[in-house]
Design a protein around this ligand. Structure first.
Ligand SMILES: *Cc1c(COP(=O)(O)O)cnc(C)c1O
Length: 418
């Protein structure tokens, strides 16, 4: 199935067939891993389809076509990581160009903006994009890109993509949506007027916590040409093995995100009713300030939940140590549930004052809800909340934690409670 003919298929079918015809030589039903650097050319000065694997590789091309089809795009580009994808877009800008971006966004993107591209004279305005009027007043004649992350990381703010993209378009700026949290199964930014969609495929698209990757997709041939040139010119491409793993992950993307989201809804409701939890942020709760928009704009609420516990950072420390099924780990979107403390982990690159300005408190915890049995996940959280109360005895060490074990050269203990 070619990308162009895939428009009439539904996402679950595209995930399995998009960009992946049976292999021509052998009939293999899954695209092989073309683990080769280069391709023999038949004549001098020809224009072969394949010449060098930085420029193009058949396994990568299958992934790129698949991701494009899933987002309803015409073109896809895979990169070595989500940040490599962000880097590629920003490299299309020049000194004096301006970017308007959601202020509450992935810490690594913030770092790339403020610590790397700002040095080259690209200007950034980080604003609260949940109100389109803020976007309108931040756009300048030299604004090239409106960079939206929705739902955002870690505060799960929801931005109206259609309204903001229309404002940007009217002022000659392109809209990029980081669709990592929502996935193409739940949210289709190009249909809402965005020009470019960015993914950290490390997250739900890979989905198994075992591959780092990124992608950009677009319908705009001019953007594609520019980004394709930069992909080759700067070389941040993924290897064919990683592309294969991503294609493998995508085959169950739809099944996984549905289960992730069902689990997250149950957990968010459980936490919202818990006396030791001060605040629960999840777009699927009616208490979320943009619940209606989230429902209108996406077909699912995702599976990231942010919470604040009663009792501050010390409570968080005890809570984290007492859990068994929630390793303290960066990243999200994998089959395995993970817990992250943004202030010291994913958003440590964001200065304290900026973190407080945008509302990332030291007590904030981000949960990435996996696809385990939700009863076990809830029981573990419940136990953790009880054991972390100041009155409780010193809790057991987080047996699910992997980082420290690995650093000490010991085998991490993975004990599932009976
Ligand atoms: C993880 C993440 C990124 C960066 O992706 P990497 O694959 O880690 O480089 C960008 N945006 C969002 C929303 C993310 O969660």
């Amino acid at each position: 199935m070619s990308v162009s003919s895939s428009a009439s298929y539904h996402p679950d079918t595209i995930a399995i067939h998009g960009g992946q015809p049976n292999e021509l030589l052998t009939g293999a039903v899954i695209p092989p891993i073309f683990q080769t650097t280069t391709f023999a050319q038949s004549e001098l000065g020809g224009t072969p389809e394949w010449c060098y694997s930085r420029t193009g590789n058949p396994t990568r091309a299958a992934l790129e076509a698949n991701l494009a089809a899933l987002e309803g795009a015409s073109f896809g580009l895979a990169s070595a990581s989500g940040l490599a994808a962000a880097n590629t877009v920003l490299l299309a800008l020049s000194k004096g160009d301006h970017v308007v971006a959601s202020q509450d966004l992935y810490g690594g993107c913030y770092r790339l903006f403020t610590k790397v591209f700002a040095r080259f004279g690209v200007e950034f305005s980080l604003i609260d994009t949940t109100d389109p009027r803020n976007v309108d007043s931040a756009l300048r004649p030299e604004t090239r890109i409106l960079w939206l992350e929705t739902p955002s990381n870690p505060l799960l703010k929801v931005t109206d993509i259609a309204a903001c993209a229309a404002l940007a378009r009217a002022r000659g700026a392109a809209t990029l949506v980081d669709n990592t949290f929502a996935t193409p199964i739940f949210q289709r930014p190009l249909d809402l007027g965005a020009d470019i969609v960015l993914h950290s495929t490390t997250k739900y698209i890979g989905g198994h916590c075992d591959v780092i990757g990124g992608a950009l997709v677009t319908r705009d041939p001019a953007w594609f040409e520019r980004l394709k040139f930069l992909q080759n010119a700067t070389g941040c491409v993924p290897g064919p093995q990683d592309c294969f793993l991503l294609l493998r992950g995508i085959k169950t993307l739809s099944l996984r995100v549905q289960r992730h989201a069902e689990n997250a809804q149950r957990i968010a409701e459980f936490l919202e009713g818990h006396s030791n939890v001060l605040r629960v942020i999840y777009p699927g709760l009616q208490s979320h300030p943009q619940y209606e928009l989230a429902r209108r704009q996406a077909s699912g609420f995702g599976s990231i939940i942010s919470i604040e516990l009663r009792g501050g950072i010390e409570r968080v420390r005890r809570f984290v140590r007492s859990l068994r099924l929630w390793p303290l780990a960066e990243s999200l979107g994998g089959v395995k549930s993970l817990l992250c403390h943004p202030a010291t982990m994913t958003h440590a690159a964001v200065e304290l004052a900026e973190r407080h300005r945008i509302g990332i408190s030291d007590g904030l915890i981000r949960l990435s809800v996996g696809i385990e049995d939700v009863r076990d996940l809830i029981a573990d959280l419940d136990r953790g909340l009880a054991r972390s109360s100041p009155a409780a005895a010193e809790p057991v060490v987080n047996r699910a934690a992997t980082c420290t074990g690995a650093r000490k050269g010991t085998r991490p203990v993975q004990e599932v409670p009976s």
